[in-house]
Write a protein that binds this ligand. Sequence first.
Ligand code: SF4
Length: 609
Amino acid sequence: MEFLFRHEKPRKFQLELIRDIYSAIAGGKIFLANAPTGSGKTDAALSAALTYAANTNLTVFFLTPKISQHKIALDVVSGIAKRCNEKIRAIDLVGRRHLCLLNSSEYDNESFYHFCENKRKRKSCEPYNNVRKFDFSNEKKMEKIVEEYGVARSFIEAIEFAAAYQMCPYELLLRMGKFSNVIIADYYHFLVPQIRDGLLARMEKRVEDSIVIIDEAHNLASRVRGYLSLTATDRMIGRAEKELRMFGFRSEKLYDKFSDWANEALGKKEEVVIEKEDLAVLLEEFSPELVTNLEDAGSSYINIRAKKSAALKLAIFLSEWMNDIECVRIIKRTANGFKISRKSLDPAVLTRKLNETYSTILMSGTLQPFEMHVDVLGLDKERVEAKDYPSPFPERNIINIIATSATTRYSKRNHETYATIAGEIEKIVEATPGGVAVFFPSYNVMNEVIPLTNIPKEVHMQQSNMGPHEIRALIGRFSEKGGVLCGVQGGSLAEGVDFCNEEIKTIVIVGVGLEEMSAEIEALIKYYEKKFQKGWEYAYLYPGTIKALQAAGRARRKESDRVAVVYFDERFRWKNYKWIFGHAHVVTTATPSRYVKDFWNKNSNLKIG
Ligand code: SF4
């Protein structure tokens, strides 16, 4: 069978992956592919899906958790169209806020949505009015636009394209969607009904005619739970009260009443679980118009004063608080006050929709255990197929080392442990002829260990308050200058960032990135225990070990890449943790730096490839 493929030759195991995905689509399956970093998953999935979808009415949705992951999919689509001379068109769909032609960059999500909705309702957005006036049913006009658009444009290029027509890029892209067979978008675009329904209607597409590819699928459950969760902080409440006063509404002593209520509930505890009615009782102390007043004050604030409104956020929080979803409601003490959260426990509320597609492909380098993802996402077991793929990298190019000389188990976290880890990191850095990345289980542990090291190279440390720009700058400095990159497992340096130019020679995974036990984790354990009899594993153990595995995969893109990975925690030897190594050879030792040194010395002249 000839597949639409942009390269001359597939990588090792890639053809097998393409064939499997193609058969899964043909059979209408939900296919889980656990294929290590470097397998060429994006190419394989799009190649199989586009080959199958050619000359049909099927549309390929390539869904990612982050905008930064759209580029590779766009490159694949453009590459296939060019090499195979195939009629393919893709749109790169991101949130309205990122596509807006008006000055929107300073808005937060809630405020932007409100701003844009108002503009559309009042017909005061010219680019939107121009879309409304345009006759999209005029074939000649559309032909011209579609031809000019070409095969694929990044969303930045799409903004320029739409600006030339003086049309809202988001709306224009949706109309272009009708003429596209690949839609690259965020998970939420397809999974959240309020977004999906309008989007599919304007693109004239249907769920059942969709081949959905979920990239980085190990993230799907937690991303969806995050989307379904809500939080209000004491700061937000205080600012909302100010906004109420600013526009002549009753202040209702919001801050004081919320604060007294939260402090009374907390007593001496750090966090407490509450019922939805507990907040309902407090809300009875306010006027029945509170939510409407917050919305109105927020709306005025956005229009007149600023681009972020706390009143609007609080209004949304309060209106959604009473909704019945599987969740836990928590009040938690923070450094300066408190926060009230509703944490979702069940992502399947949204992800079940994936059972209704023509076919769904979930792929990741860390999609084990399959059973957990199938259960938690509520996938139709009758339709599910799953497969593990071996690493395409020659075994001699990697050494996996479990260091048993320390553990970051909570009971063992003390100065002595941190000093042991710091000493070993120093030796590992010394033994490595190039960059080292160290991923900790938390910022706390990182901030305890790193000051105890004496590393004669530049140390680039991620901080918990760094935004995307600062992270990018940090990566840039490390790539340019080398040294030691420090981050946390599950953080933005440990997932979704690839170091393609051999910047990282050795990776050190310090401890297991297990979540700190909290009311949320306890509730999740209880919920999954009741539903699947796997509470501890699904809510705590597996997500933590998957984070370690993700971080360990950062250094390898090409078959010729070589890397030493040190797993610094004796727990990686235990049955519940060691599954992450699969069939790979693992060295267990108390002196990991010796093996790192040997690996780089012995192999320094080895020709690979
Ligand atoms: S309709 Fe489009 S251009 Fe107008 S405010 Fe909304 S996103 Fe911006």
